[in-house]
Design a protein around this ligand. Structure first.
Ligand SMILES: [Fe+2]
Ligand SMILES: [Fe+2]
Length: 191
């Protein structure tokens, strides 16, 4: 399983925080799609639960990107690269359509499986473009992206809680210490 980025060069902390967070989300969702695939013949309830988790994770991830990461890209990328960001945004919109269909589905049948499958292929393509093209362009702006990453982590924790997804996460200091504060290393990187 690809747990390391192509750019690591050995050091596990060489990535700017924002990129580390986004890549860790990407790996997590890939894992969930694999789980779904493995349950293809399994119980409907299990499949629905995994699909719902995928939809929730993607919704939060996309929102954090759209609220914080993409605006930062629009400010910091050259005009030549802006097309990549707009393309990514359009891909988000289409993915959200599919997510809404999956969330609204009454039956967990072949059509449901097909929707999850197409979503997985769609996301795979999108993630590849983000990681190989967009992240590549900005990876040298470590300081700014470390700072942005703090904001993104805090926003993500907030959204996860709003969607009731938080309890499935690794134990986070947010509960004991009050929220809004960004998570330390303990909250990520363990997947
Ligand atoms: Fe994205
Ligand atoms: Fe992403």
């Amino acid at each position: 399983m690809p747990t390391k980025s192509k750019r690591g060069g050995g050091g596990s902390r060489s990535q700017p925080l924002a990129i580390e967070l986004l890549e860790s989300d990407h790996r997590k969702v890939e894992g969930l799609f694999e789980q779904y695939e493995a349950e293809k013949e399994g119980e409907e309830e299990t499949r629905r639960a995994i699909a719902q988790r995928i939809c929730g994770e993607l919704t939060v991830h996309a929102q954090v990107e759209e609220e914080l990461f993409y605006p930062w890209l629009r400010e910091n990328l050259d005009d030549d690269d802006m097309e990549m960001v707009e393309e990514a945004q359009v891909e988000h919109n289409s993915a959200k359509d599919l997510i809404a269909q999956i969330e609204a589905a009454t039956e967990v049948d072949e059509v449901f499986d097909a929707k999850v499958k197409v979503l997985s292929e769609y996301i795979k393509h999108h993630v590849k473009e983000e990681e190989n093209e967009i992240f590549e362009e900005v990876a040298d702006k470590k300081e700014e992206l470390d700072e942005l990453g703090q904001e993104m982590a805090a926003r993500k924790a907030e959204l996860m809680e709003e969607l009731g997804l938080a309890e499935d996460e690794e134990p986070m200091p947010a509960k004991a210490g009050g929220k809004g504060k960004s998570q330390g290393d303990s909250a990520r990187g363990s997947r």
